[in-house]
Ligand binder design. Structure first.
Ligand code: DGI
Ligand code: FE
Ligand code: FE
Ligand code: FE
Length: 189
């Protein structure tokens, strides 16, 4: 899919604010691609598409999980956790986006996972640090990325803050979120 087509697809599908978030994630991901030596076009495209399913109907999301044999543990969660895996599946099977890096980046942008691919890591982080994000601690993560250029440590700190936030809100934790935390706890330096 060309960038222009992707922008049009997302502009037509999502509310204006979410479309603008997607563009900022894409721009941030492209900048990070330059720093970490990833493919800029893939990072930009994955950024544009990553929240495609954010507001899809939950019932239809569960149907995608079943039809395409996605992780059945997802059925215990809501759209917060499902929109990535479902969007990746829709892009692959209904919009002809064949690229594996883009598939993984969209699929795992919310939970992360152990041993993420480079484009996948970049989208996971770019989603958290795009310029309009203002959650506490985001400045530290930007520093880890743009000054220290320590992507794995940035991922670790994001997983840690996400887990703390979820625990505080009494939210259920998806296995992959914990696996991601443990893995990047081990490999960070
Ligand atoms: O779609 P965005 O708002 O740009 O961001 P996102 O897809 O990274 O995260 C969406 C939400 O998902 C965010 O509020 C944190 C939440 N989340 C991440 N991991 C888990 C989770 N929610 C639950 N219940 N369990 C998780 O493991
Ligand atoms: Fe998302
Ligand atoms: Fe995220
Ligand atoms: Fe997002």
């Amino acid at each position: 899919m060309k960038h222009k087509a992707a922008l049009k697809l997302i502009e037509d599908k999502l509310p204006k604010k979410r479309y603008e978030h997607s563009v900022r994630v894409a721009e941030t991901a492209k900048e990070m691609a330059g720093i970490f030596g990833a493919n800029r076009d893939k990072c930009y495209l994955a950024g544009i598409l990553h929240d495609y399913s954010k507001y899809d109907d939950l019932g239809s999301m569960y149907q995608y999980v079943t039809k395409y044999n996605l992780d059945s543990a997802l059925l215990a969660f809501n759209s917060e956790l499902l929109h990535g895996p479902v969007a990746a599946t829709i892009m692959r099977f209904e919009h002809g986006v064949k690229d594996e890096d883009i598939y993984y980046a969209i699929a795992n942008h919310t939970s992360g996972r152990p041993q993420m691919l480079l484009v996948e890591k970049i989208i996971y982080v770019a989603d958290y640090i795009e310029p309009e994000r203002d959650q506490p601690g985001v400045g530290e993560i930007r520093k880890l990325v743009f000054e220290d250029k320590n992507l794995d440590l940035a991922i670790y700190e994001i997983t840690k803050m996400t887990l703390k936030h979820l625990l505080k809100k009494n939210r259920p934790i998806y296995n992959r979120t914990i696996e991601c935390y443990n893995y990047y706890n081990m490999v960070k330096e």
